[in-house]
Design a binder for this molecule. Structure first.
Ligand code: PXP
Length: 247
């Protein structure tokens, strides 16, 4: 069984588009609530909830993460950049796992995996701190042999293979090559004793191929599930509004 981690960032993106300035005390008027979204995802079978607390706080807020920590029944996976401030935050929060990702303020979403070679010291510090605290660390990396090898050397128990390049290449001739890179990466990582997760750009079409990758423990999926929920839930949302308009 491959596990599903549902990334709920885009529920918060929708909320922030309207309520960026609203006080937390505004309560139920501030919608949609990512914590309610997480609970529904769990009810539907999600094996874990993933959030990226970005430094620019563009979607998920600290308060959301604390409420998730209290409220969810499955596992909380905190995606973060490996700065001292975020490391301190994670040690206070104590999520079930952290996933170290690169972060660039200008990007629309995470672009490319973490360059473990370039940031070796920073990553090592963070992994050591998490290991000491009993929090599993995952490194979000491209399927590059040197990065996978270094992840193992630094003592990170998990990696998350970046599937974005494959997803982008899906309708091109580069798709088979990208899939091959992911396959080789998964085999290499598994051989080194790493738990292999994957994520980014996974959708209802490419899942048919990605689910066949070897050794995959968990997939983290966000945008396509939130997008699909708009359609599968839209009928009910319109019907309920009409019913309330004309009771
Ligand atoms: N995994 C990581 C490390 C990510 O940064 C993201 C995007 O925030 C995802 C998974 C989910 O990607 P998507 O929203 O494209 O499904």
């Amino acid at each position: 069984m491959i596990l599903l981690g549902v990334n709920i960032d885009h529920c918060a993106t929708l909320r922030q588009a309207r309520y960026r300035q609203a006080a937390a005390t505004a309560g139920g008027a501030v919608e949609p609530d990512p914590v309610t979204f997480a609970l529904l995802a769990e009810h539907a079978g999600a094996d874990g909830i993933t959030v990226h607390l970005r430094e620019d706080r563009r979607h998920i807020q600290e308060r959301d993460v604390w409420r998730l920590r209290e409220g969810i029944a499955t596992r909380l996976n905190l995606e973060m950049t490996c700065t001292p401030a975020m490391t301190r935050f994670a040690l206070k929060l104590r999520p079930d796992s952290v996933c170290l990702v690169p972060e660039n303020r200008a990007e629309i979403t995470t672009e490319g995996g973490l360059d473990v070679l370039a940031h070796r010291r920073r990553v090592a510090k963070c992994v050591d701190a998490m290991n000491a605290a009993g929090i599993a660390t995952s490194l979000f990396i491209d399927p590059v042999a040197a990065h996978i090898q270094l992840a193992a050397e630094l003592g990170a128990p998990w990696i998350e293979l970046h599937t974005g390049a494959y997803a982008h290449a899906y309708f091109s001739r580069r798709r088979a090559k990208q899939l091959g890179r992911l396959r080789d990466g998964a085999v290499r990582a598994h051989g080194l004793g790493l738990v292999v997760n994957a994520g980014h750009g996974i959708n209802y079409v490419n899942i048919a191929e990605l689910r066949m990758l070897p050794h995959i423990h968990e997939l983290n999926i966000g945008h396509s599930i939130v997008s699909r929920a708009l359609f599968t839930g839209l009928g009910e949302a319109v019907r309920e509004m009409k019913a309330r308009m004309n009771p």
